[in-house]
Design a protein around this ligand. Sequence first.
Ligand code: ADP
Ligand code: MG
Length: 399
Amino acid sequence: MNIHEYQAKELLAKFGIGVPTGYPALTVEEAVEAAGKLPGPLYVVKAQIHAGGRGKGKFKELPADAKGGVRLAKSVEDVRKDAGEMLGNTLVTVQTGDAGKQVNRLYVTDGVDIAKEYYLSMVVDRATSRVAMIVSTEGGMDIEEVAHSTPEKIHTITIDPATGFMPHHGRSVAYALKLDGALAKEAQKLSAKLYEAFTALDCDMLEINPLVETEDGKLLVLDTKMSFDSNALYRHPDVEAMRDETEEDPMEVEAGKYDLAYIKLDGDIGCMVNGAGLAMATMDIIKLNGSFPANFLDVGGGATTEKVTAAFKIILSDPAVKGILVNIFGGIMRCDTIAEGIVIAAKEVELDVPLVVRLEGTNVQQGKDILANSGLPIIPADDLGDAARKIVAEVKEAA
Ligand code: ADP
Ligand code: MG
């Protein structure tokens, strides 16, 4: 799960990490009010969307030479003007895709006198099963380019969970950032606090870009992105409360309510499968037969009528879906129960695309009989290959 920059900064501040003062705003008036609480004379108005690259982003509704999603404002009146231009408009950045994202929240924050911009991020590195801290002296808006053309300027420090963050890790960070004296000490303290925040909050990614050295010799987190391990969210109700569903795919949000694992994809064959491994095999075999899956969907072990109905509705709400393949293995949940669920659900959603069903497992014959006698145009399949061939052919024929 991702959160907004201002929320991430609130969390980091609780760990004693330095961030510029700022306030979120949902309206122009709130933005003006926020600016009024700041000392000035320099303010920064920042679009809050779950995507980076805002500084260089462009608003769809504004002229091409208009300012982007991170704007320096020299007066409260400029804050008012910028907030008015940004709220409700669509910001397109390298990370949003062409559709862009509507800006519904702003963050109005202190303008900082920047001496230098650094990069610092943390991820759970699956290759080493450890938290890695990635740092570079080349922070700012071109870090992707740095990683591409001068990868030697990016340093990775891995932390053994058995020891936790040690003083030598902090010294490595300071050394990689080419800091000395008081700033090096500050970098050591900051990196230790970041590690503490990262592990205490069950983050899976934390990126600070830029981390800045101010003209008066302090380190401040100027921009941050944070994401969390969804499986650990139950331990952090305060973090879960920061969820902004308007930033997420609406179908994925709906699926979450029914405990369905759903990921939207680009193809035209909707899949409903129980078990993640079977779901992946189903997607593979659709591709093998020359088509593409419209989604990944795992209805889980207990494919109840309620879940199957919700899954059908979610699949069908995707206008790209031209056919559905249901591939269910009846283990603990028997095939006849599943077949009843499919029939009830298919009737309820008024299915208007071809539906191929492959059932296997306990009580498979009873299940097949229920489908055959349902009066619905369900196309039965004997095995996975047969099912994939049939749905691909049906969809191609209808096209
Ligand atoms: P993004 O990474 O989405 O483009 P950032 O928050 O990193 O957004 O802002 C882009 C750039 O704007 C930063 O690299 C920095 O130079 C400048 N900037 C951001 N916040 C401030 C601030 N509070 N004071 C001064 N400059 C800022
Ligand atoms: Mg940034």
